[in-house]
Write a new protein. Sequence first.
Length: 148
Amino acid sequence: MPKTINRKCASCAKLHIGKSREQTCWVEGKCNNTRNYYRTRDRKLEAKRQKYAEDTGKSLPTQFEIVPDTYRAELVLYGNSPNKLGQVRGGVQAFQVLIYRGSNLVSQSNRVACAGMVQSDLEEAIDKGLEQIKELYDIPTFGKVIWR
């Protein structure tokens, strides 16, 4: 039998953290955990119910991805990802191009090392790769740029 819900803790979890700490019953470590449990409880239980229904075949998954059977290109840049201002610390160390048909990987290039390249050289190398992709697969631009 499941443990009954503590109504006082459930109502306290809905309050702002400052007001919750002003309660006379507040215990620092214990109440933080209990508060987190009651705040996320409904989402976790709903996710559990949905997963069980999908596993037993009682319902279809609510989210699924439909990928058309067309070609798309992804540019993978290796290095530190850019900060909020768009600046990259340490630069791009390498890049790679991946070609997908639908959701299946069809082709991928070797990693091209960019050590010592200035930005104009890097852009020129990426443009040459894009020209080759356009000739082979008729893809005009990269669909996605991924930082790793």
